[in-house]
Ligand binder design. Structure first.
Ligand code: ATP
Ligand code: MG
Length: 332
């Protein structure tokens, strides 16, 4: 049994123009101690997956079908009280733009202390001591626990949110774009910090980011999302070194700084799919340079590739090597 098992998750949002089909049958497992990446461009459904897993969708969001098991417990059928206990205690969540979600009128230390005291029977002074320790762990000056959010820089505020998320030593940390908007040096430091702490606490990590370079550096396994569908998933080595899905190839290509990964010259012009109706064919077919008539009408099932731990949803998966070759050959 894996720590987190997400099976065929479907999520829609109700809007004044009808339903948005944001997540369309997503499945993945995260084992204990594994760093798992969820990658995909803006709008691919990454945050929606995280919020559905955590039961934190906004009011207009609905889990249409699927199951989410954490340590064998079905998270979708928990009462709000049970869910609150699991959140914090067992699963820590660092939401997208977490650093902007700190309470501006309460000192950072008091916010973390309150979170600790809500879940643990500890005195105020012991909880304060724990906050000092946490500040130290995330590389903040423990002497600053009484400072307010506006007194910290963006990178420091992100460290505060990480300290808060880690206060109860969770089994799973879900971090949604934890470094987006920070400069590259600070980004590296934050990622290193998350990894260091996660290793120390022996937690699993689900790292959500559109930057596959960050996933290549930090994760063991990943899923590539597009239009609310998993296009390719498996070990980072298999998926990012030998992608078989044209979307993964294109995504890799947009990160040429990952030298050894930048040999696939597939580009992906066009814009993300319209999610007003449930996709019938392959969600990527409109932008895919290798699309054929069946891609328009039939959604590709997952194909298990001969390498262990590598699956890809593409009608042309067995042509991946040829597709790369085709793409490198100049037009005649
Ligand atoms: P980003 O990288 O920009 O954070 P994402 O991959 O996290 O993107 P989501 O935020 O999960 O993407 O959005 C998936 C789809 O659901 C998008 O089409 C988005 O417009 C839509 N969506 C998200 N939140 C809502 C909402 N509250 N109401 C209606 N539609 C929404
Ligand atoms: Mg998001």
């Amino acid at each position: 049994m894996s720590l987190l098992e997400v099976e065929n998750l479907e999520v829609t949002y109700g809007t004044k123009n009808g339903k948005v089909h944001a997540v369309n049958g997503v499945s993945f497992d995260i084992d204990e101690g594994v760093n798992y990446g969820l990658a995909g461009e803006s709008g691919s459904g990454k945050s929606t997956v995280a919020e559905a897993v955590l039961g934190l969708l906004p009011d207009n969001g609905t889990v249409e079908s699927g199951s989410v098991q954490f340590n064998g417990k079905d998270l979708t059928s928990l009462s709000p009280t049970e869910r609150r206990e699991i959140l914090w205690e067992d699963i820590a969540y660092i939401p997208q733009s977490a650093m902007d979600s700190l309470d501006p009128v309460m000192s950072t230390g008091a916010q973390i202390r309150q979170a600790i005291q809500t879940h643990r029977d500890v005195s105020k002074s012991d909880a304060r001591e724990r906050v000092r320790e946490l500040f130290d762990i995330v590389g903040l000056d423990p002497g600053r626990i009484d400072d307010y959010p506006h007194e910290f820089s963006g990178g420091m505020r992100q460290r505060v949110t990480i300290a808060m998320a880690l206060a109860l030593e969770p089994d799973l940390i879900i971090a949604d774009e934890p470094t987006t908007g920070l400069d590259v040096i600070v980004q590296d430091k934050i990622i290193d910090k998350i990894l260091e702490i996660q290793e120390r606490m022996d937690s699993s990590l689900m790292l959500i980011t559109h930057e596959i370079g960050v996933i290549a550096e930090t994760c063991d396994e990943l899923s590539i999302l597009y239009g609310g569908k998993v296009m390719e998933q498996g070990s980072v080595d298999n998926v990012l070194i030998n992608p078989t899905n044209p979307y993964t190839m294109g995504l890799k290509n947009s990160f040429p700084e990952i030298d050894e990964l930048a040999d696939d010259p597939v580009s992906i012009p066009g814009s993300p799919p319209n999610l007003d109706s449930k996709p019938s064919g392959c969600v990527f077919q409109e932008r895919c340079p290798f699309s054929t008539p069946e891609c328009e009408t039939e959604h590709p099932d997952f194909v298990d590739l001969p390498n262990r731990n590598h699956r890809s949803a593409c009608h042309h998966v067995n042509r991946a090597a040829t597709m790369r070759q085709d793409a490198t050959e100049p037009d005649t």
